[in-house]
Structures are given as C-alpha cells and as structure tokens.
Design a protein around this ligand. Structure first.
Ligand SMILES: *Cc1c(COP(=O)(O)O)cnc(C)c1O
Length: 433
C-alpha cells in the first residue's frame, strides 16, 4: 500500500491513544515502517532519531541483534502458553534475574502486561494484604499530586492528574494527595489517616507524566522512613524510571530504598513487547498463603501474563545490559546531555525550566495558551528536522534510548533547540485565535 492509501485508511478506521482525532485527521500521519538502532524510518524512507524511546521504553536500540535473535529462537519453541496453572522456563528465569537485580527484600514476581496493570496489581495486593491481616479499615491510598500510574480506573484513582479526575471522578476510589517533594506533608496525611491507608504509591525520584518533575534528594528515603513509622506499605512505580533511565538500574537504589511493592514495565523488554511485573516482599506474599478454601488467593491474572516471547525479549535485554555495560557507558552520556541542554536549550527565550534526572528530560515552555499547542508545534518542527519527540502539554520531553551515541545525542539536542526556537518564534498565537 502507498503512504497515501495507508494514511486514508488510518483516518477512516483508527482511534489513536491520547489523541484528539479531530486534530489528527487534519494533519498527515507519520507512518513508521521500520527501525534500526536509535533511528526510525517512515513509509517514504525518511529517517528520524527516536528522541522518546518509542514512548519511554526502548533501551538498547531497535532491531538489536541479540534481542531479535532471542525472540526468534523463542518463536521456534512456543509463542504463548499460560501462567495460569502452568509455568515456562523464560518466566522462571526472568523472575529469578529480577529478584537478583531488585532492591533487597523484593522476593516475588507477579507478571502482567503493562504499566497500568502492574500498578493495579500492586494496589490490589496491598489492599488484600491488609484485609487478610484483619485490618479492614485500610481502604485508601496516599499518592502524590500530579502522579501518573496508568489509565485503568484503579491506576487513575491513585493518579494525581486533575484532568483525569475531573472526567472520571465518580468512578474512582479513595486517595489522598501529598505535595510532591514535601515529606512534612506526607507525614501530616499519614497521621490524619492512620489506620485508613493501605499504601503510599510514588514514582521514585521523577514524576514522568507530570512533566518530568524531579524530587529533592532525600525525599524518597524520608517517605520510606515515614511508611515504616506508620506501618504503611510503600509502592514504588518504576515503570518509567526502571532499567537505567535515571542512571541506576532502578531509581530506588539512589536513595537506598527498598519498597514493599515495585512495578516495572516499559523498559523491561527493552521496548520490544508488552510485559510488566509487580515485585512483592515475602511478608506480603506470605499473607496470601493458606488452604484453598481459605480464599486468600490473589484473584488476578491476564491472558497474556508472562508471555514467553516477551520473557525472551526481557532476558535478552538484561543480557545486553551486562554485555554492553550499558549503565557504565551511560554515566558520561548523562553528563554530556546535561552540558548540551545547558548550552543549546536552557538559554532559549520561552524556556522556563529544563528539568532532568539521568536520561529523563522535560523542557518547560512558558507563555502560550492551550490552543496554541506549543508542545505539538515543537514536535512538528523536530519531525521536519529528523527527530521524533513527544510533548506533555507545554513540556517537551526527551527520553532517548540508553544506547544512543554521543553524536546522536548532540544531534537530538540541537534539533530540539532549533525546533523550540522555530515554534516559539512562529505566530502560534495568531494560529490559535
Ligand atoms: C507509563 C507509565 C505507566 C503506565 O504504563 P502503561 O504500560 O502505559 O500502562 C504507569 N506508571 C508510570 C510511572 C508510567 O510512566
């Protein structure tokens, strides 16, 4: 099919996620046909740097030979078999590797398919854990303002995005919002709701979807200590931060924090396949043990949970971390990224702030009305220059694959700077009117 035909059919039958279709249908869709390394190629053969790791999940680049091979080899054995009542080697080996890598005390791995379900699982485990210990009043969660834990109703309930709460409010369960970065406020909430809180759920170090909002040093550590003091579980949602994004394998490590439950997804398969895991402590796991008729089973499980192809991709991804010494190579690239942003982006007019932790960058633009879609204008300008970026409102996000080369990184930041300059200079205000 030609690009024209594909675009026409797209506009006729597709409904894209987080997309106002009316605007989508007024523009020409970019159709990605293949990718290699950190470069995506469209249906016309044009190349683009993957500046957001295909929605924050690609780690070692696209079409990585070792991950490709692992998936192909698994395909020759079996594409899918269930974890409900059966097991398989990939799921077993991956669980063992995850437990070895994870912060201390996380000894059990429960698979699901995406970040939202990983969060749902953690919430349900925390809730059921307390019920089985006879604490029936613990029906709420403490979350952070502007938190994001996914799009299913449970994960939206603990999300702090005003927009989603305004729309789905009547469907959501109880949560209390703490001020991000303010341990004192967390303590106030824990005291005020003693006996009512099942868990505190946080995105460690960085709140991604909030616009790459970074927490002050020591905050996560303080939250862990407060949870211990008040005997409340701590859930760390490492869906965005996990697998090297902030410079260490998991963000928790940087404050030497071990949560009671930890969610991983996005980078778990290197950005190849949908797979997620919720890791739990032995204390939580044990509260679910009993005779069949005790009904302490964790009643949750998705059809494609622990899919063998996805597990193969995840195992290969962990192998590549070791073989290519990805985290060691990342340190100097993180420094370079900081230098490049200081040099090219921070001085630009209309850039209010550049927030960053490791390879997570948010460039906040100021002074534009919602209708100007300034973030989107930057995206279009970047596309013309050969890079894919995706904004969060007026925050331009950069989240390159960890495997990106220094040259590519320089190119990406320069394209971003030029695109911000172009979009913010253009008469977008007139356009919006
Ligand atoms: C992306 C994200 C999720 C949701 O993951 P999906 O795979 O999109 O459902 C949950 N938590 C955090 C912190 C995320 O960044």
């Amino acid at each position: 099919m030609t690009t024209r035909e594909l675009a026409d059919i797209d506009k006729r039958v597709l409904w894209h996620p987080f997309t106002q279709q009316q605007g989508w249908c007024e523009e020409e869709p970019l159709i990605i046909e293949r990718a290699a390394g950190c470069t995506l190629y469209d249906s016309e053969g044009n190349a683009y740097l993957d500046g957001v790791s295909s929605l924050w999940c690609n780690i070692h680049g696209h079409a990585h030979p070792a991950i490709d091979r692992a998936v192909r080899e698994q395909l020759q054995r079996v594409a899918h078999t269930t974890m409900l009542g059966l097991s398989h080697p990939g799921a077993i080996e991956l669980a063992q590797r995850l437990v070895e890598l994870a912060p201390r005390g996380l000894s059990r791995v429960f698979y699901s398919d995406n970040g939202s379900t990983a969060a749902e699982v953690a919430l349900k485990m925390a809730f059921q854990h307390w019920r089985q210990r006879g604490e029936l009043g613990r029906n709420g969660f403490i979350t952070l303002r502007d938190a994001y834990h996914g799009d299913t109703i449970g994960s939206v309930s603990v999300g702090g995005m005003e927009l989603f709460h305004a729309c789905f409010g009547p469907l959501l369960f109880k949560s209390w919002q703490a001020e991000p970065g303010d341990a004192g406020h967390m303590e106030v909430l824990l005291r005020a709701h003693a006996g009512e809180v099942a868990a505190v759920i946080v995105e460690p170090l960085v709140q991604g979807a909030a616009g790459i909002v970074t927490h002050p040093d020591g905050y996560l550590r303080a939250v862990r200590e407060l949870c211990d003091e008040h005997d409340v579980l701590l859930i760390c949602d490492e869906v965005a931060t996990g697998f090297g994004r902030t410079g260490t394998m998991f963000a928790c490590e940087q404050e030497d924090v071990a949560p009671d439950l930890m969610c991983v997804a996005k980078g778990l398969t290197g950005g190849y396949m949908p797979l997620a895991a919720t890791l739990a402590s032995e204390r939580i796991y044990e509260s679910f043990l009993g005779a069949h008729e005790d009904l302490r089973t964790f009643f949750h499980g998705h059809t494609y949970t622990g899919n063998p192809l996805a597990c193969a991709a995840a195992l290969a991804t962990l192998d590549v971390f070791e073989r290519e010494r990805t985290l060691e190579a990342l340190g100097p690239k993180i420094d370079l990224l900081g230098d490049l942003l200081d040099e090219f982006v921070a001085p630009l007019r209309r850039v209010a702030e550049v927030r960053r932790r490791g390879f997570m960058v948010g460039i906040e633009l100021e002074g534009f009305p919602l209708a100007a879609r300034i973030g989107h204008q930057v995206t279009l300008a970047a596309r013309r220059r050969g890079a894919i970026v995706r904004p969060l409102g007026d925050v331009v996000v950069l989240m390159p694959p960890l495997a990106i080369s220094s040259e590519e990184l320089r190119h990406l930041v320069q394209i971003t700077a030029a695109s911000v300059r172009e979009a913010t200079a253009a008469p977008v205000l007139a356009q919006a009117a």
